[in-house]
Design a binder for this molecule. Structure first.
Ligand SMILES: CC(C)(COP(=O)(O)OP(=O)(O)OC[C@H]1O[C@@H](n2cnc3c(N)ncnc32)[C@H](O)[C@@H]1OP(=O)(O)O)[C@@H](O)C(=O)NCCC(=O)NCCS
Length: 229
């Protein structure tokens, strides 16, 4: 694995403080064949946060060696953040989910974002039916201190690029109805249909298959805006 790209600069909103130099430990082994590492530069602070922090994060596929760092990350998340991800008061990552996310199996692709030895986010793309390439579920958990800095947008783009490379026509996401703003992140990627149960919105995002509508694999809404500018 090697560093293949620098992420889009998402930090224009906050200004300017360069991040501290960050040292990364060796990546845990991953069985994902086309694994890539990407350095992503996020905003140095969330809007309204008191002090700017570091900006560089390493995003790479998750591996079995990430378990302890992810459990520590879970412990740093507020109950609200955990509730938003799992829609319940869970005390730890669901065991089967985490084991599968870290295993590098074809049915479950997961990315972690790292700040030095810390893992600060887990993003996953999990086939809705193992063995079927019809649909996959998206799930992202970012610890509180790293929210609202552009990381979620980057991780979503990474998952969607992966979904495109698998030729998945549909992506599914569940969110609290109070998180309507997530629709603004999803809808540029395709046609969204929503179903509601109390407090929860389930979204099915119909992804244009690469080649359809002239949409290349790995297309990001940002690319479109850049071209239009
Ligand atoms: C949801 C989540 C993945 C979003 O990631 P993020 O890094 O915080 O979001 P970003 O900084 O990339 O924000 C992208 C845009 O979404 C919107 N947005 C993000 N957080 C928002 C919030 N709390 N309220 C309103 N709008 C918000 C904004 O338009 C933002 O763009 P802007 O900052 O340029 O205005 C992250 O907050 C998270 O992990 N939350 C807890 C778990 C969860 O809710 N997961 C989603 C269901 S699986």
């Amino acid at each position: 694995m090697s560093v293949v790209a620098a992420g889009r600069l998402a930090g224009s909103r906050s200004g300017t403080t360069p991040g501290d130099p960050v040292r990364y430990p060796p990546a845990p082994s991953s069985s994902i064949p086309d694994a890539e590492l990407v350095i992503v530069e996020v905003a140095s602070s969330a809007p309204g946060a008191a002090a700017p922090g570091s900006r560089d994060l390493l995003v790479r596929p998750a591996g079995p060696g990430d378990r302890a760092a992810l459990e520590a990350m879970f412990g740093r998340c507020t109950p609200q953040t955990i509730y938003r991800r799992f829609h319940g008061q869970v005390k730890a990552f669901p065991r089967a989910y985490l084991t599968e996310a870290l295993a590098g199996v074809p049915a479950h692709f997961a990315l972690v974002a790292c700040h030095g030895p810390r893992v600060v986010a887990l993003a996953s793309l999990r086939l809705a039916e193992p063995g079927s390439r019809e649909a996959a579920e998206l799930g992202i958990l970012i610890e509180d201190d790293w929210q609202r800095r552009g990381l979620g947008r980057e991780l979503l783009a990474g998952l969607i690029a992966r979904a495109d490379s698998l030729g998945l026509p549909e992506l599914q996401a569940q969110m609290l109805t109070e998180q309507d703003w997530i629709m603004g992140l999803l809808s540029p990627y395709g046609e969204c249909a929503s179903a509601f149960s109390p407090g929860i919105r389930e979204v099915r995002l119909r992804r244009a298959i690469p080649g359809e509508h002239g949409l290349p694999a790995g297309h990001r809404p940002e690319d479109e805006r850049t071209q239009d500018a």
